[in-house]
Structure formats: C-alpha cells, structure tokens
Write a protein that binds this ligand. Structure first.
Ligand code: MLT
Length: 322
C-alpha cells in the first residue's frame, strides 16, 4: 500500500481506482511552506498540476532517511514546475500524461482564436454595459489568413487540422521535429514564421530558449494583411506556458495598435494579479483552464492512476521522464 498525496485535485474515478488497489489517497493542496518543511516526505507519491511547484528545494525536502517520495506524477503535460534532474538525483520517478488533454487544449485554442478575431469578449463586455456596438465590432475571418504554430507536437497538430478546416494556411516552427506533413509550411528560423503569419499560436514548453520568444521585434515582423488580401491585423494566442510571450512587450504592442489582439490562458505569474494587459480592450484572458474539461480531467486521472498502480506493483512505468 502506498500513501499518495494529490495536491491539485484528481477525478473521483481515479481516486477510486487507487483506493481499490489498497492505496491511501490524501486529496489536499499543500502550500509552499508546508512542502518546504518536508510534509511530502510522509508520502510515497505525489500527484500535482501546475499550481504546485517542486523545484530542487521542495524535492530535497520531500525525501528523508526513512523514505519519502518515490514518484512524482504530473497530471497534465508541462513539467516546467518540476526539477527533474533533482528528482533523478534522489531516484524519484517523474511521469506526466502528455496526450490526455490534447483535444481540450486544441478546442480551447481555436476558441480563443475566434473570440479574438470576432471580438466575442469585447462584444459581451459592451453588451453588459448597455452598448449595442453592432457597427463598431467588425472582425475578420480566420479563413484566408496564415497561422504560425510555435512548437509542433500533438496539440499544435490538432490546432493545424482545425485551422486548415477553417481555410487557414498553416506554418510551423519546431527545431525538435523533423517531419513536414503535407499542407504545412515548416520554417527553420522562427523569425521567418513571424514574417509569414498574421496569426500566431504558441505550443512549446517554457525553457531558457523559449522565454520571451514572442517579443517586440518578432511582433513587428508579422504582416497585417492576410493571404486573402484583407487587412486583419496581427493576432497572438497562447494556451501553452506563461513567460513565452513577453507580456510587457505585448502590452505595448496592443497600446500602439501594432498588435490587433492578444488572448492568453497562461501567464508569467499565476494567478494573474495586477497586469497592464487588463487595461486593453483588445486583450482577453482565462485562468489557465485550457485542459480543464470533464473529459480531459477524467482521462488524465485514469492515466495517472494506471501509472501509479503499475509503479507500485512493478517498480517501473511504461512511460517516465527520467
Ligand atoms: C498542462 O500542462 O497539462 C496544462 O497546462 C494544465 C495544467 O497545468 O493544469
């Protein structure tokens, strides 16, 4: 029997799967101070989402002479909140569930893209304040425009398929991917992607290489006119990780009118507090909920429960990041 801490929630079905196998599940959010002081060393495994950070200090505090963590499960995709090297040093297995939320994030990205280009959020804001802005809120179609994907993994490919169905021309940049699917223009240089696309969507991890990758210079490279000849302006969407879009540069570009719209589900600092972005009508955001659907959370929970069960039965897992 293993003691498993689940700090950022897990589906009931997944909890039941673990309990049925005799594991003890504690569903509770542990704050940074508690983790720093070694609370997680009372558990054999922890399952986290993005709200819990396990950097080197928290990992070393989670092991003790008597035992402590053997498994860190990331219920989701991004592992920038886990120091995997430190976990490896202590022989702690790190696993995520990379494919379980793909469809949800794809749908949400397209939702943000269309909400931006058709002024859906602005329309709702003005409607609520008693303004019937029928003449003012003229948007642009995404069909006939070019979408640039930064990162070309599972989610980006799903977004590409949907965008193609809407009549967009799709471009992608990913230095770690070698294949080039038919109908998609792959760029070797990220600047070339910006030069060719009126719309940009981010799908890469946050690393030192990608931090502030979307900056003033690159925004300035984007064309304002679609491949259909319509002046649609420049649009950027990110449902990947905060810190890849330079928020201060994007805010200045919105203020100057260089950027027509910005939609973010992820922020450099979460929860988002007082940000200059919030003063722009052409910005809209959401609180990191791209993967928050019943379907994705159920798939993520079940997949994570299976990994935990396998790990505590056999000492290893089908998939792990270290
Ligand atoms: C993920 O990486 O899976 C998503 O950003 C969702 C999350 O962290 O909660």
């Amino acid at each position: 029997m293993a003691r498993i801490a689940v700090t950022d929630g897990m589906s009931t079905k997944a909890v039941e799967m673990l309990e049925k196998m005799g594991h003890e599940v504690t569903l509770r959010h542990f704050g940074k101070e508690e983790i720093d002081s070694g609370t997680l060393s009372d558990f054999d495994a922890v399952v986290i989402r993005s709200a819990t950070k396990l950097h080197s200090r928290q990992i070393s505090a989670s092991v003790s002479d008597e035992g402590g963590l053997q498994f860190i499960g990331r219920a989701g995709v991004g592992v920038d909140n886990i120091d995997i090297n430190e976990a490896t040093k202590y022989n702690i297995k790190v696993c995520n569930t990379p494919g379980a939320s793909t469809r949800s994030v794809v749908e949400f990205t397209i939702g943000h893209l269309i909400a931006s280009t058709r002024n859906i959020v602005t329309a709702d804001r003005s409607l609520r304040s008693g303004i019937w802005a029928k003449k003012e809120l003229r948007g642009s179609e995404i069909g006939g425009k070019s979408l640039g994907l930064i990162g070309f993994g599972r989610i980006a490919r799903g977004v590409a398929n949907a965008a193609i169905a809407f009549g967009m021309q799709v471009h992608a940049y990913d230095p770690y991917v070698v294949d080039s699917p038919e109908g998609i223009t792959i760029h070797k240089e990220v600047d070339d992607l910006f030069r060719n696309c009126t719309h940009i969507s981010i799908h890469c991890n946050l690393t030192e290489e990608t931090r502030n990758l979307v900056n003033s210079h690159r925004i300035s490279l984007m064309p304002r006119i679609g491949t259909d000849g319509i002046e649609c302006g420049k649009h950027i969407v990110s449902c990947a990780r905060g810190g890849i879009v330079d928020e201060s540069a994007a805010s200045k570009a919105l203020a100057s009118g260089d950027l027509q719209s910005l939609a973010l589900d992820v922020f450099e600092n979460e929860p988002l507090d007082d940000s200059p972005l919030l003063s722009h009508e052409s910005f809209h955001g959401s609180p990191h909920i791209a993967a928050s659907t019943m379907e994705a959370q159920s798939r993520i929970g079940v997949e994570m429960a299976e990994l935990l069960i396998e790990f505590f039965e056999t000492g290893s897992t089908r998939t792990s990041l270290n």
